[in-house]
Design a protein around this ligand. Structure first.
Ligand code: DGL
Length: 262
C-alpha cells in the first residue's frame, strides 16, 4: 500500500456515486476508482449470502486494481458483509450505515423515519445500531421497495417515482417524524423530490460526508494520504455506463467512465 495508490469505492450500482462525490470533494488530490455492480443491482432484496458473495467479488476486483483503502459505499453491503470483509482482507475498509445517531440525538418530536433497503433494515448490524440510539425515540422503518430499480434506470424525479415516494413516506409523515434518515446510498439523488413531499420542518440526513471524513481520518492515521495530484477519477460499470456518466457529469470535471465485466 502506497500513498499514491487509488481509493477504491464500490456499490451495488450507481447510487454510491453520492458517496464518491463527498470523498472526491474532501480529498481532491486522490485518485478514486469506482465500481458500479449494476448488473447485480439491487442488492437489497437478495439473501445475505449473495450480498456477501458479491461484496467479496467487488473487493477482490478493487484489490487487483491496487487500491490502498476500500469504501463500501452501500449500506446493504456494509450491514451484511463488512464484518466478514474486515476479517478476510488486510486493507482498511470504510463502511456506510444509516445516520440514526444524529437523528435520534436531535429529534424534537421523538419520532424519526428511516428509509432503507430490506437487506439493511433486516441486518443484525442495523438492529444493534437502532437499539442503541432509539431508546426514547420512535423509529419508523420503511423499505424503499422499487426505488433503487428506478434510479438504476437513470430516473430521479419522474411522476412514477414521486407517486412511489408519496406512498412510502405516508406512514412517517402521519407519525410526525422531524428527521428522515436515508439508509441507502442511492437515495440522496431523490432529495429534491423528497423535499417536495415532506413537511418543511423535516430534515433529511444522509451519511456521505461522515464516510468521507472517516476515509480521510483512516488514511491520515496510516500516513497514506497522497501529497500530489493523482489521476482523474475512473468509473467502471458492468451495466450501462451512460447512466453512471449522467449521474456524475459536471462539465468541468475530468473523469472516465467505462464498461467492465467484473
Ligand atoms: N446503494 C445501496 C445501499 O446503500 C444498495 C441498494 C440496493 O442495491 O438494493 O443500500
Amino acid at each position: 500500500m502506497e500513498k499514491d495508490s487509488p481509493i477504491g469505492i464500490f456499490d451495488s450500482g450507481v447510487g454510491g456515486t453520492s458517496i464518491w462525490k463527498e470523498v472526491h470533494h474532501l480529498l481532491p488530490l486522490e485518485h478514486t476508482i469506482y465500481l458500479a455492480d449494476s448488473a447485480n443491482a439491487p442488492y437489497g432484496e437478495k439473501p445475505r449470502e449473495e450480498i456477501l458473495r458479491l461484496s467479496i467479488k467487488n473487493t477482490e476486483k478493487l484489490l487487483e486494481m491496487g487500491v490502498k483503502i476500500i469504501v463500501v459505499a452501500c449500506n446493504t453491503a456494509t450491514t451484511n458483509a463488512i464484518k466478514t470483509l474486515r476479517s478476510s482482507y488486510d486493507i482498511p475498509l470504510i463502511g456506510i450505515e444509516p445516520a440514526i445517531k444524529p437523528a435520534a440525538l436531535h429529534t424534537q418530536t421523538k419520532c424519526i423515519g428511516i428509509l432503507a433497503t430490506k437487506g439493511t433494515l433486516s441486518s443484525d448490524l442495523f438492529a444493534k445500531t437502532s437499539d442503541l440510539y432509539s431508546k426514547n425515540t420512535r423509529v419508523i422503518e420503511v423499505v424503499g421497495t422499487g426505488l433503487v430499480q428506478e434510479i438504476e434506470k437513470g430516473q430521479k424525479d419522474s411522476p412514477f417515482l414521486k407517486a412511489m415516494l408519496i406512498e412510502l413516506l405516508k406512514p412517517m409523515i402521519e407519525a410526525g417524524i422531524d428527521y428522515l434518515v436515508l439508509g441507502c446510498s442511492h437515495y440522496p439523488y431523490l432529495i429534491p423530490t423528497l423535499k417536495e413531499i415532506l413537511p418543511q420542518h423535516v430534515q433529511i440526513l444522509d451519511s456521505g460526508m461522515a464516510v468521507a471524513r472517516q476515509t480521510k481520518l483512516v488514511l491520515q492515521s496510516m500516513d497514506l494520504l497522497t501529497e500530489q495530484q493523482q489521476k482523474p477519477p475512473e468509473f467502471f460499470s458492468n451495466g450501462n455506463p451512460e447512466i453512471l456518466r449522467n449521474l456524475i457529469s459536471k462539465p468541468s470535471e475530468n473523469f472516465s467512465v467505462s464498461y467492465l465485466d467484473f
